[in-house]
Design a protein around this ligand. Sequence first.
Ligand SMILES: Nc1ncnc2c1ncn2[C@@H]1O[C@H](COP(=O)(O)OP(=O)(O)OP(=O)(O)O)[C@@H](O)[C@H]1O
Length: 251
Amino acid sequence: MEIKLVLKDLNLYYGDFQALKNISLEIPKNQVTAFIGPSGCGKSTCLKTINRMNDLVENCRIEGLAAIDGEDIYSPQMDVTLLRKRVGMVFQTPNPFPMTLYDNIAYGPKIHGIRSKRQLDEIVEQSLRSAALWDEVKDRLKKSALGLSGGQQQRLCIARALAVEPEVILMDEPTSALDPISTLKIEDLMDDLRKKYTVIIVTHNMQQAARIADRTAFFLLGEIVEYTDTVEMFNRPKDERTERYITGRFG
Ligand SMILES: Nc1ncnc2c1ncn2[C@@H]1O[C@H](COP(=O)(O)OP(=O)(O)OP(=O)(O)O)[C@@H](O)[C@H]1O
């Protein structure tokens, strides 16, 4: 099993408040890893350390190591634009750009220097196919993305993330704003995505973690209580706090 991402003794502070405490995680390549835990326990914060989204937050301070393929993510030599190309992100609320479907997807590749119409056409089709959206939208590529349903918009955002050929995809509660059918479509996608990408998903939905994740990390108050194979975690949790949480007896 090849390790894609390593977090080691990671501490993160927002001003005086410590949001992550001594996080150590090794995340395997080509697997889906879920972060679960109660609200406010640091899941999103931890996710964002991986593509340095916290750089934008004033007063945010990080200690410890975060590495991708052995490269220190916080090293001064790290090119953050390139890092964000390698580590894509999909957010809780679908956020397509107010432009056509085609332009939403071609935007990233264009920024990274691809100009050929034929090549862009190919990327758009391929990305939409990978996000299981092509058949639904192939006749309306030149229409505004804002006319899509919420579930379609979220798959468009996934296609947009895939278009720049990332290695890792971070998903922060990607289905929480969607209806059950759209949610299932995105869950179905996971199986395909893990073949090419390393996926980390934050979810409040434990059934979702159980359905789609190879490994699961349980966060509580900024710490990782347990991190193991998903089947193992849901069947034989080692820590009493994990058991209380997954059986809904928390608090
Ligand atoms: N920009 C910020 N400035 C200050 N505190 C923050 C900031 N972002 C998050 N926090 C705090 O850090 C803690 C962890 O938040 P985080 O969003 O990582 O939790 P979470 O587990 O993802 O929660 P949820 O499941 O509700 O999204 C919370 O106490 C939150 O209030």
